[in-house]
Design a binder for this molecule. Structure first.
Ligand code: SF4
Length: 297
């Protein structure tokens, strides 16, 4: 009896993982270095960047409604990790619970939004101020940066015999120095700078968001950058704890299929009237808790 050794699927997977990690390390290091470098210099607002952002504001003021066909059920990237039943209720326009928001929570989201905008602007500024920045923001045919409302789009998808619309926008499509298109997703943490050290991988919902962007915008590689709005003490100087971390996400066809299967299941349920399966691990932020409890008494 003799054994012939040949590479197994597992070995192929390991090799693929190693290659992915190398690429991931390269991209995550490059994006963090870019933010380090731009924040290592003092500079005044840059006229060309300001003009571009004014054009963006004018576009946002004047743009009409997104012209997707209203007769289809609709899904968005930011909700792609949600419970299927919540997606069902949203599309079925079920009654939502009243949400209470306290002023400090509004300041919380206000601060996160402001950091978000400032971070995007710094990528544009680094195009002007840094020598050979690793990343640039892709420009659309309109000349506007490929992000937010400028980029907002919709797609009619046919999958498993049903049709639905996917709509959304993203934080940015960047061009890496090797010419590849990299999706940029930016997330803030607000509790403590220690949150950054504790992050070992992107949140599943953030990873799933990338899968949805991949369906909508046709890109497969992403960097998700997390920044803590809370910083270490000013006096810590060079010893300050890291306030940013980046992760690389490579989306595969299998990832896209799993998400498309999920959306298609919800559409089938909406068509035949059978309420979608619940996922009780995702109830915390669900606005349909009362309705869900009532219809299942
Ligand atoms: S309450 Fe929980 S199970 Fe019910 S729809 Fe919302 S997330 Fe799903």
């Amino acid at each position: 009896l003799s054994f012939v050794s040949k590479p197994t699927d597992l070995r192929d997977e390991v090799i693929k993982d190693m290659a992915k990690n190398k690429r991931g390390d390269e991209l995550t290091h490059a994006i963090l270095m870019q933010f380090e470098q731009i924040n290592a210099i003092d500079y005044f607002p840059i006229r060309s960047v300001q003009e571009l952002l004014i054009k963006q504001a004018q576009f946002e003021l004047n743009r009409g409604r997104l012209g997707y066909p209203r007769e289809f059920y609709r899904f968005s990237p930011s909700s792609s990790d949600k419970c299927e039943r919540e997606m069902f209720y949203k599309n079925a326009k079920a009654p939502m619970d009243e949400q209470t928001m306290y002023p400090f929570q509004r300041r919380w989201t206000r601060n996160s939004t402001a950091v978000h905008e400032a971070t995007q602007r710094q990528i544009l500024e680094s195009e002007v101020l840094l020598k050979d920045p690793a990343f640039k923001v892709q420009r659309l045919d309109s000349g506007l940066p490929a992000w937010e409302k400028n980029l907002e789009d919709w797609k009619l998808v046919t999958h498993n015999g049903v049709q639905f619309v996917v709509t959304g926008m993203m934080d940015g499509i960047l061009e890496y120095k090797d010419g590849s298109s990299i999706g940029f997703e930016f997330k803030t943490k607000s509790n403590s700078v220690a949150d950054i050290k504790r992050l070992k991988e992107p949140a599943p919902s953030h990873r799933q968001q990338c899968v949805a962007y991949s369906v909508l915008f046709g890109i497969n590689e992403f960097v998700i950058v997390y920044e803590s709005v809370a910083k270490d003490k000013w006096s810590t100087g060079p010893e300050a704890r890291d306030d940013m971390k980046a992760f690389y996400v490579k989306v595969t066809q299998a990832d896209r299929n799993r998400l498309l299967d999920k959306w298609a299941r919800v559409v089938e349920n909406l068509q035949d009237g059978e309420v979608s399966a619940p996922d009780y691990s995702k109830c915390t932020f669900c606005p349909f808790k009362t309705h869900c409890g009532e219809v299942n008494k």
